[in-house]
Design a protein around this ligand. Structure first.
Ligand code: BGC
Length: 736
């Protein structure tokens, strides 16, 4: 008996050991990633490998069904999970369970200058993506704010490469901690929407490396799993299969191990796509964004049958497909076949709280003059006077329109609703101007007599009100803050300048709340005592705005881009059309490295509101800095410690900013560049020491001849302040 049972146990053991041994490594979630990838690759046919490299639907790409390797589901986008789109065309699928949290737009996130909120953003959005069963979220966008006319600036993180770099990394971390890939976009140089599919960008290597690439590199260093190529060309070659951008820089210098996905319809050539590092082609033909042909199937994509044929004929090497397939498999195992990931959640109270917290810290108090003895803001909830809320943007759903970042939000708290919730029946409403319907690529022209009569009505009501709060700005209509078109004018649209002039003529207490992702011209600025920049804040936007207006929240946002007085004060526009929008679809970034405040500083053209600017309902004083050493060596660092005190009456947050100035350099450099910041919270009377650690990396510029980042010995200054122009204290030091 004993022997028999031993034999039986032995048989069972060998059966079970045998079955463990034959479980394919690629299906073992605990096996090392690269082992899974190699194992899967070794089992695949050439056809199966090629199938990984192109779309099988508008937002899906293939897995390997025979091996049980799942496909990848993607979705826009940066500010929330987009409504479900039909599998094969752009129509809305008409689901009733795809309403989401609309998070604040990325310009707003950047304006918080708070990396912890960026991580919360990525994590919360990733949870919504998981619930909606998405593997790749098409965002965040980190194209640099070059011109205020760019229709998509609201989707990006401002004009400064350092700020965008610091803010993008935690977003990626937070998102990917869910097993959902971020797809940082649009790589690279998609800095305008006009001619976005064809414009050929030329710029110096210094501008490329110092200004336009750092935020992408930061996302790669943070371990981003996918990158989206952009529509435009760079040096004559489309960015989605640009040898220099993808092979030399992204996959070469930076060692990116993830997947390059086209922008939708961004592929144009099989051989280039095969050789130059494109991994997944999306959106071509089949009702994609390109219109080259009808009757094409997914198998006609550049990286489908034509690629297979080139591989078979030897026109492109087999190593190209193995590299692409490895990368796509890596992405699949990190996301769709990651069995450690959770189930996610949608429109939870926590997500609404996250959206509110981000919105609260994003709003920038740009101006707050005294009217009588006190600044106009905040407006006390204890008062009795009438508050006239004016403006199309007080009631417009700004989650709609704008292109691919549009959202079907479950809830949107409009500014008017939030003002009523806060101030009750003190609030009255007048539309004041009409902005028309939100149409992609098109604009509705509103007859002047309608604008005149709306304005007249608002002006009559303003005469009777104690305070007027105008919610204006831009919106997501064609030629406003939207994809595929740039703005046509720097000024406010829809007859708002006339409205502002008329309201301020009858009531001195006008608060202007600008909802936009872009700077606007303000020739009327001296007539408006208080201005808030309120961005596009999504689901909880109205609530955040009312919290700041009432003083329940003390504003602490800082501008992530400069507001030039006039358009030609901006570096991209200074040189005329050769620089923006280009001539014959070719453009030269003639302002070079002098983008945003770097331009205003260097050319001594003051901005109306500078980069980094933002007021508070309290005041802060900066004490005497202490520097650890007046000399820094190549392998050393120094610290600068600055005491900051809240000298006002209410608790508040301040963003303490560190800029570095290279006093003398062999190549032209900006007067100063942001190299550190810290957001602190202080109670009235409280002081805290802010410590900045400065290393040789903070002193470097990109030297194109040697293709190196270098720091030249000599004199430097650490400039510490509350904006790029309001420098409170300066510490000289030497680099030896
Ligand atoms: C946009 C991308 C977007 C894609 C998919 C393109 O038009 O440029 O940002 O992710 O469409 O909707």
């Amino acid at each position: 008996m004993k022997i028999k049972s031993l034999v039986l146990i032995g048989c069972l053991l060998s059966v079970s050991l045998g079955s463990v041994a034959t479980t394919p490594v690629y299906l073992d979630n605990n096996a090392p990633l690269e082992d899974r990838v190699e194992d899967a690759l070794s089992r695949m046919t050439l056809e199966e490998k090629v199938a990984l490299c192109h779309a099988i639907g508008k937002f899906a790409s293939s897995g390997v069904p025979r091996l049980g390797i799942k496909e990848i589901w993607m979705s826009d986008g940066p500010h929330g999970v987009r409504q479900e789109i039909n599998f094969n065309n752009w129509g809305a699928a008409g689901w009733t369970i795809d309403s989401v949290t609309a998070f604040p737009a990325l310009t707003a996130l950047a304006a918080t200058w708070n990396p912890m909120l960026s991580e919360l953003y990525g994590k919360s959005l990733g949870e919504e993506a998981l619930y909606r069963e998405k593997d790749v979220m098409l965002g965040p966008g980190v194209n640099i704010y070059r011109t205020p006319l760019n229709g998509r600036n609201f989707e990006y993180m401002g004009e400064d490469p350092y700020l965008a770099s610091v803010m993008v990394a935690p977003y990626v971390d937070g998102m990917q901690s869910n097993g959902v890939a971020a797809c940082v976009k649009h790589y690279a140089l998609n800095n305008q929407e006009k001619w976005r599919g064809s414009t050929d960008v030329h710029l110096s290597d210094r501008a490329l490396y110092e200004i336009y690439l750092p935020a992408f590199k930061s996302a790669v260093d943070a371990g981003v799993w996918s990158v989206m190529g952009s529509y435009n060309k760079y040096n004559g070659q489309h960015a989605c299969h640009n040898e220099r951008l993808l092979m030399d820089i992204l996959k070469g210098e930076w060692g990116f191990d993830g997947v390059v996905i086209t922008d939708w319809g961004g592929a144009h050539d099989t051989k280039e796509a095969a050789l130059n590092g494109l991994d997944i082609e999306m959106g071509s033909y089949t009702n994609g964004l390109t219109t080259e042909g009808e009757g094409f199937t997914y198998n006609d994509y550049y990286l489908a049958a034509p690629y297979l044929a080139m591989l078979k004929s030897g026109e492109v090497p087999m190593s190209t497909i193995d590299d692409k397939a490895r990368r796509v498999l890596r992405l699949i195992f990190r996301t769709s076949m990651n069995s450690n990931k959770g189930f996610g959640s949608l429109t939870t109270p926590e997500h609404y709280e996250a959206a509110k917290a981000i919105g609260d810290e994003a709003i920038v108090l740009m101006k707050n003059d005294k009217v009588g003895k006190e600044p106009l803001l905040p407006i006390s909830t204890q008062g009795k006077g009438k508050i006239l809320v004016v403006g199309d943007n007080a009631v417009r759903l700004l989650n709609e329109g704008g292109g691919s970042s549009e959202l079907k939000a479950r809830d949107m708290v409009t500014p008017l609703q939030a003002m009523k919730d806060t101030y009750g029946d003190r609030v009255e409403f007048a539309q004041g101007y009409m902005a028309g319907r939100s149409m992609y690529n098109r604009e509705e022209i509103i007859p002047q007599n309608i604008q005149d009569s709306l304005r007249n009505q608002a002006v009559e009501m303003a005469k009777e009100a104690e305070i007027v709060v105008l919610f204006g700005g831009l919106n997501k209509n064609g030629f406003q803050d939207t994809e595929s078109t740039d703005r046509k004018e720097y000024g406010l649209p829809f007859s708002q300048p006339e409205l502002i002039e008329a309201l301020t003529a009858v009531n001195p207490n006008v608060v202007l709340v600008l909802l936009s992702g872009n700077a606007v011209e303000m020739p009327w600025i001296n007539k408006v005592p208080a201005i808030l920049q309120g961005w596009y804040l999504g689901t909880m936007g109205g609530a955040s705005l009312a919290s700041v207006i009432s003083g329940e929240v003390n504003p602490s946002g800082k501008l992530p881009f400069s507001f030039p007085v006039k358009l030609t004060d901006n570096g991209a526009h200074y040189y005329g059309e050769a620089s923006y929008p280009g001539i014959d679809q070719s453009q030269e970034y003639m302002e070079d490295i002098f983008v945003g405040y770097r331009w205003h500083d260097t050319k001594k053209i003051p901005a109306l509101f500078p980069f980094g600017h933002g007021l508070s309902y309290t005041t802060f004083s900066y004490g005497k800095p202490v520097v650890s050493s007046s000399k820094m060596s190549a392998d050393g660092s120094i610290t600068v410690t600055v005491p900051v005190t809240n000298t006002g009456n209410v608790e508040g947050k301040e963003v303490v900013q560190l800029y570095i100035q290279d006093v003398k350099s062999s190549l032209p450099r900006p007067i100063k560049e942001l190299k550190g910041f810290e957001k602190i919270s202080l109670k009235p009377g409280e002081t805290t020491n802010v410590v900045f650690n400065i290393t040789p990396n903070d002193l470097k510029f990109f030297e194109p001849e040697s293709h190196q980042w270098i720091a030249e010995p000599g004199d430097f200054k650490a400039l510490i302040g509350t904006s790029s122009t309001d420098i409170k204290t300066t510490v000289p030091f030497k680099f030896v």
